[in-house]
Design a protein around this ligand. Structure first.
Ligand code: NCD
Ligand code: ZN
Length: 360
C-alpha cells in the first residue's frame, strides 16, 4: 500500500453557483476525495462569475454548507474590479485572469486592463493566468515588469514549456501546472468529411481548452518534467448531453482519474512517486499558501489494475474522456484531519466537513 499526503488540486470548476446540473460543491468534493484530493481551489467562471464580495460570498456560503474536502475560491479579474479584487485577496484562493477566450464570461482582452491588477493585487497572493501561446509570453513579460509572481494554468505546448523554462532561468517568478489530458492525450485527427450530423457524434467530447496538442508537444512536457511545478486537473464538468450537443462546451472532468493515470506512469517508469508528491502537494502548498492539513493522508493500492468507468464516479457530469482506459493505482482510504473520509468507493465525510483553506 502506498501512502501519500492529501493531494491538492489548484484548478477545479465547481459550477456552483449557476450550473449545478453539471456539478455542485457536494458532488465535486466527493469526486475530489474519491480521487485522493483533500483540497481544491475553485475557479471563478461560474454564473454569476465571482468578481466582488457578494459573489465571493455566494460561492463560499455554498461551499461552507456542502463541501466534504477543504477548498478555496478564486476571484476573477474583470475590466473594473482591480480595487475590490485586491481588497478581497486575503479571503480568496487567488486572482484568476482569463486572457484568452474560453467557457464563461470573464475575459480581459485589452492589455491596459491587465495593468491595474498587476499593480494592485498583493504580490504575496497567487495570480493565475489562463494564457495560451503568445498571450502566455505577454503574461510572463507583465510578471517581469511588475515583479509580480504568476502561475500559468494548463500548459500544453512545447513553445510554452520552453519559454517558461527560459523565464525561470532568468529569475522571473513564474510557476506552472500541466493537466493529465495534455500529458496522456494528443489532438484528434481532423474532423471526418461525413455529412453534418453523421459521424460527428462524440467529437464534442474531445473539446477542451487549451486544445489537445501534438505528440511533439506532449513529448516536450515529459522531457521538461522538472519545469512543471504542479499537476492540476482543470476539472471542467459538462454533461454528456451538452458535450454531444450542437455547441459542445470545452472541458473534461478529471478529479477521479488524475491519480491512477499518474500512478500508471510511475509503473511505466516515466515518473516517480516523489514527482507526484512534489507536484500535487509540496509545490501547490507553497505556491498557493495552503496551510498544513494535520493527520491527513491517502492510501493507494498501487498494484491494482482496473478500467476507468464513468458509472463508478462521483462527479455529476456522468462521463470521462478516459472511459475504458486500463490503469494502475486504486485509492483505498482517505483521512482528513484524523477522520476517515473515503473508503473503497464510499464517501464517509459529511457535507460541511470541508474547511476554507483561508480560515483553517
Ligand atoms: C473550462 C470550463 O469549462 O469552465 N473549460 C476548459 O476546457 N478547460 C474553462 C477553462 O478552464 O478554460
Ligand atoms: Zn479551467
Amino acid at each position: 500500500m502506498l501512502k501519500l499526503p492529501g493531494l491538492i488540486d489548484p484548478h477545479v470548476h465547481v459550477r456552483e453557483p449557476g450550473a449545478t446540473h453539471k456539478e455542485d460543491w457536494d458532488t465535486v468534493t466527493q469526486a475530489a476525495l474519491a480521487g485522493g484530493i483533500t483540497a481544491i481551489l475553485a475557479m471563478p467562471n461560474t454564473k454569476p462569475p465571482i468578481f466582488d464580495e457578494a459573489t465571493l460570498n455566494l460561492a463560499l456560503d455554498a461551499a461552507k454548507a456542502k463541501a466534504r474536502c477543504d477548498y478555496g475560491q478564486y476571484i476573477g479579474a474583470g475590466p473594473d474590479n482591480s480595487d475590490i479584487a485586491a481588497s478581497l485577496a486575503p479571503k480568496a484562493a487567488g486572482l484568476k485572469m482569463y486572457l484568452d477566450s474560453t467557457f464563461g464570461e470573464l475575459r480581459l482582452d485589452d492589455m491596459t486592463l491587465w495593468t491595474p491588477h498587476f499593480e494592485k493585487f498583493p504580490k504575496s497572493a497567487p495570480m493565475v493566468m489562463h494564457s495560451e501561446s503568445r498571450t502566455m509570453a505577454a503574461a510572463i513579460l507583465f510578471s517581469a515588469i511588475y515583479d509580480h509572481p504568476v502561475h500559468i494554468a494548463h500548459v500544453s505546448l512545447k513553445e510554452e514549456i520552453l519559454l517558461i523554462k527560459a523565464a525561470k532561468e532568468k529569475g522571473i517568478k513564474v510557476t506552472c501546472e500541466v493537466c493529465p489530458h495534455h500529458l496522456f492525450m494528443t489532438m484528434p485527427s481532423p474532423p471526418s468529411p461525413l455529412p453534418e450530423g453523421e459521424g460527428r457524434r462524440g467529437e464534442g467530447r474531445t473539446e477542451v481548452r487549451p486544445r489537445l496538442a501534438t505528440q511533439e508537444d506532449v513529448d516536450s512536457l515529459w522531457t521538461n518534467l522538472d519545469v512543471i511545478d504542479c499537476f492540476a486537473t482543470d476539472h471542467a464538468p459538462h454533461t454528456l448531453e451538452e458535450k454531444d450537443g450542437e455547441n459542445p462546451p470545452p472541458g473534461f472532468p478529471g478529479l477521479e482519474t488524475i491519480l491512477p493515470l499518474l500512478i500508471t506512469a510511475v509503473s511505466e517508469k516515466r515518473l516517480s512517486v516523489d514527482d507526484i508528491v512534489q507536484k500535487m502537494y509540496i509545490n501547490p502548498r507553497r505556491i498557493f499558501q495552503i496551510p498544513e492539513q494535520t493527520e491527513t493522508w491517502v492510501e493507494v493500492d498501487e498494484n491494482e489494475t482496473y478500467e476507468i468507468k464513468a458509472s463508478e464516479q462521483f462527479t455529476r457530469c456522468g462521463w470521462t474522456p478516459f472511459e475504458g482506459w486500463k490503469v494502475k493505482g486504486k485509492v483505498r482510504k482517505v483521512f482528513l484531519r484524523g477522520n476517515i473520509v473515503y473508503e473503497d468507493g464510499k464517501i464517509l465525510a459529511n457535507a460541511g466537513y470541508g474547511r476554507n483553506i483561508r480560515h483553517i
